[in-house]
Ligand binder design. Structure first.
Ligand code: ADP
Length: 502
């Protein structure tokens, strides 16, 4: 039994725990791989999106400024520079915060007067940059303090070329350029723009709790500036994976729990089956032995009588009594086994009829008078005088009572006392058989009514029995709508109570 359950546990470990562990590991590894690849994909997509956004911003800014320059260029129109016309142009182009125009020799044409700030910001184009622009054209951006200054040379169709330098209004840049281009970016990604001093110039939503996904530098239009993409917390592949992982863990937990429950149930079933097989084999051995004992007594006494060895009448009568008693015991045993097999096969029937309890009790006790007397038992019988008749199968109830008395005798040790009582209770009748025998351990009291169950198994108590007696008693009780209960204390005795409804 121990070996079998040990083998079962080892088998369960291999057959259940191992595959479960493999599934768990594979599931975890594939989830991690999925997380890595989807994060990679997500980052690549984000980079492409950020690059596109940066290009779009540059493009819009260029277009804005190109338009301003072409209007300025056409305003230059050959004649002397009109500062008021430039003022008006600046007014209608709020993006341009400061503007300065110089001629080829570096003389300032616009503004007429300028303060120290203007000078510091717009006058700072290095001479070599200026020279390169006069020679080759194009446009250069460079940082002066907080500002980005753009310098280019305008060559109007009529009139002399001029060098133009300007800085941008950050608020207008934010409102007209950045918001127009980045604000439309797909949610839930948040785009933010940082200037060359890493200060956040723009973001559609707060990025305080968000996680940086990627940052891409702007090209020439905004040197040192960058556009960054964020993902708000709780969104994105990492969180999706985390949710998936939780789901997977929960599902796996349920699976494991089901496997464990299944394994335990199977183990219990196997244990019960093995136990039952053991009990059955005990049963066969016990019944055979039980049948053999009275048979050999009958045979021995019969043979002695036959050989004429018994001389006195008194002794002869005694021999006959023994033979009769042992035959009765034999038929009781055989009846028990036959009835048990009928119960097992669902063929046991009961013939109910209203009958008094008292004669039944005395009849049963009488059948045990000889062994009780012979083994020195003190017998007490009490039957309430006004007992109602009970609807019952008298033979079956007698058999049940006989089993209880037989057990009381069988499981008594030094204190030999049997008390049988029949009382009125709850509209029915109780028949109680009490002894002062070896008693039954508390945790086994419920099990003794199971078929084949014997306390401490077969012979450990030194008493033979088939283990079906109490199962029969319980069947009889239930068939009558009654119940059987036991109250027992190991070493002090047992008290079995059969209650039958009136
Ligand atoms: P058995 O043929 O073994 O007596 P039963 O079904 O009659 O089978 O009883 C089941 C078990 O219950 C017994 O083996 C014994 O261990 C226990 N038992 C029954 N009656 C008594 C009793 N009066 N005192 C102590 N133990 C008892």
């Amino acid at each position: 039994m121990a070996g079998l359950s040990g083998r079962f546990s080892a088998f369960a470990l291999l057959a259940i725990v191992l595959p479960a562990a493999i599934v768990a590991v594979l599931g975890y590894v594939s989830l991690q791989q999925w997380r890595r690849s989807s994060e990679l994909l997500f980052r690549e997509q984000a980079r492409a999106l950020a690059a596109m956004a940066a290009e779009k911003v540059s493009l819009v800014l260029r277009r804005y400024e190109d338009e301003f320059l072409s209007r300025l260029e056409s305003g230059l129109g050959g004649g002397p520079l009109e500062p008021r016309a430039v003022d008006a142009l600046l007014e209608s182009t709020p993006l341009i915060q400061r503007l300065a125009i110089f001629d080829r020799r570096g003389r300032r044409l616009y503004p007429v007067t300028w303060n120290a700030d203007d000078a510091a910001i717009l006058g700072g184009a290095p001479p070599d940059v200026q020279a390169a622009l006069w020679e080759g054209g194009g446009r250069r951006e460079f940082e002066v303090g907080d500002h980005v200054v753009v310098v280019t040379v305008l060559r109007p169709r009529q009139g002399a070329p001029v060098l133009v330098a300007w800085s941008r209004n950050i608020d207008v840049l934010r409102r007209d350029v950045l918001d127009g281009t980045l604000g439309a970016l797909e949610a839930p990604t948040i785009a933010a723009v940082f200037d060359h001093r890493a200060r956040r110039v723009y973001s559609r939503l707060s990025v305080d709790d968000a996680e940086l996904v990627t940052a891409i530098p702007f090209q020439d239009a905004l040197p040192g500036w960058s556009v960054a993409l964020y993902q708000p917390s709780g969104i994105g592949p990492r969180y999706a994976i985390r949710r998936q992982l939780m789901l997977f863990t929960a599902a796996f937990g349920v699976l494991i729990a089901m496997i464990v429950v299944g394994a335990v149930a199977t183990w219990q079933l196997t244990r019960r089956e093995t136990e039952m097989a053991q009990l059955k084999s005990d049963f066969v051995a016990n019944v055979s032995h039980d049948l053999k004992t009275p048979l050999s007594v009958i045979r021995m006494f019969g043979e002695t009588l036959e050989m004429g060895r018994v001389t006195t009448d008194e002794q002869r009568r005694e021999y006959y009594r023994v033979i009769t008693r042992e035959s009765e015991r034999l038929s009781r045993l055989i009846d028990n086994v036959l009835d048990f097999s009928r119960i097992e096969g669902g063929r046991r029937t009961y013939q109910m009829a209203r009958a008094p309890i008292e004669p039944l009790v005395h009849q049963t006790i009488d059948a045990f008078a000889y062994p009780l007397r012979e083994q020195g038992f003190k017998l007490e019988v009490h039957v309430d005088p006004d007992l109602p008749d009970v609807s019952m199968d008298s033979a079956a109830v007698e058999q049940a009572l006989a089993n209880l008395v037989d057990n009381a005798i069988k499981y008594s040790a030094d204190r030999r006392s049997v008390r049988v009582e029949a009382r009125r209770l709850e509209g029915g009748v109780t028949i109680t058989v009490a002894d002062e025998g070896i008693g039954i351990p508390r945790d086994e009291q419920a099990r003794i009514f199971e078929k084949f169950y014997r306390v401490g198994r077969s012979e450990t108590q030194g008493r033979r029995g088939s283990g079906v007696g109490l199962a029969l008693v319980r069947h009889v009780a239930q068939a009558h709508g009654g119940r059987i209960s036991v109250d027992s204390e190991p070493g002090a005795g047992s008290r079995f109570t059969l209650w039958l409804p009136g």
